[in-house]
Each structure stands twice: as structure tokens, then as C-alpha cells.
Write a protein that binds this ligand. Structure first.
Ligand code: CO
Length: 176
């Protein structure tokens, strides 16, 4: 079963997610549904608040295997910053260049409750930072200048209206 993805400006995307104290069947079920949702939407990553659950759980799908990370934390990040294009399943249709640390060291628990540590660079590092941001109610647009954010959100609203119109016209099969 795939889950509904909350879209900007849904207020839940701005709330801080809670630590997961006990990894139980509900946690594992949520993780699996998030994996299915991410695969269906062809995204690189997904955080639980994006599916309406304020728990600290993220999925990252950039490498061969999924990373399912419970209570992920950035332990260390390189000091330099690099620009890279980002988008977000919760802000569909727009992208922007965002400054991030090129490499990070992240600690978390896996679904068996075992501690894991990842040291990654490039795209995986970027996705890890993006998803961990979601757990604190931070979106990629928050890393842009005010002017850039405004422009991007205008474009987002315009595309959203366009999509609504498209949907409204779809059931009409009469050639015009
Ligand atoms: Co996102």
C-alpha cells in the first residue's frame, strides 16, 4: 500500500518529529509502506512527516540497498559547501540549487534496533541531509535566499493550478 504524500504548505511538514523509543511492528509496517511509496514515486528519499507521521524515520534509496534509518543524527559534516539540484516529493514540480555539506557521518538505528553508522559523500550525503531536515520541519526551500524562495513558490503555485486544471479536463474525452 502506498501512502499519501503531504504537500507544501501542509503544516505537518513544519513540525518537529519525535524520537522513536521502541521499534515495534507499527514502526516496521510504516517503514515498509514508506519504501513502497518511495519506489512508486521514484524519489531518492522520504521522511515520515511527509506521509503525515511525526516520527524520526527516513528512507534513502540512492545506493543498491535502501537505507531505513530510525532516529538518524548527523554526527559530523565537512565544513565546505557544494551546490546541487534538489527537489522534494512534498513540493512537486520545482527544483533549485541548494548548498550542502559534501560529506556527512550519520548515526541511526536499523529496524532491528541495532546502531548503524554511515559515512557518505555526494548524492547520498545530500539526500541524508535533506531527509534529516524534514524531521525538524525544515524544507529545501528554507536554504534558498528570500528572493529565490519567493520565485520558486510562485512557480510551484502556478504548476499546482496547472495540474488541477489538467485533472479537471481529463474525464472529458470529447475531441474539441
Ligand atoms: Co523532501
Amino acid at each position: 500500500m502506498t501512502l499519501e504524500i503531504r504537500k507544501y504548505p501542509d503544516p505537518i511538514l513544519r513540525r518537529k518529529a519525535r524520537e522513536i523509543e521502541k521499534i515495534d511492528d507499527a514502526t516496521r509496517e510504516l517503514a515498509h509502506q514508506m519504501v513502497e511509496t518511495l519506489v512508486a514515486r521514484r524519489g531518492y528519499g522520504l521522511a515520515a512527516p511527509q506521509v503525515g507521521v511525526l516520527k524520526r524515520l527516513i528512507i534513502v534509496d540512492v545506493e543498491d540497498d535502501f537505507h531505513i534509518l530510525v532516529n538518524p543524527r548527523i554526527l559530523e559534516e565537512s565544513e565546505e559547501r557544494v551546490l546541487g539540484i534538489e527537489g522534494c516529493l512534498s513540493i512537486p514540480g520545482v527544483e533549485a540549487e541548494v548548498e550542502r555539506a559534501p560529506s556527512v557521518r550519520v548515526s541511526a538505528l536499523n529496524l532491528d534496533g541495532e546502531p548503524v553508522e554511515l559515512e557518505r559523500s555526494e548524492l547520498v550525503a545530500r539526500v541524508l541531509q535533506h531527509e534529516i531536515d524534514h524531521l525538524d520541519g525544515v524544507l529545501f526551500i528554507d536554504h534558498l535566499s528570500d528572493a529565490k524562495r519567493l520565485m520558486l513558490l510562485k512557480e510551484y503555485e502556478r504548476k499546482k493550478k496547472g495540474r488541477r486544471k489538467e485533472r479537471a479536463y481529463k474525464p472529458v474525452s470529447m475531441p474539441l
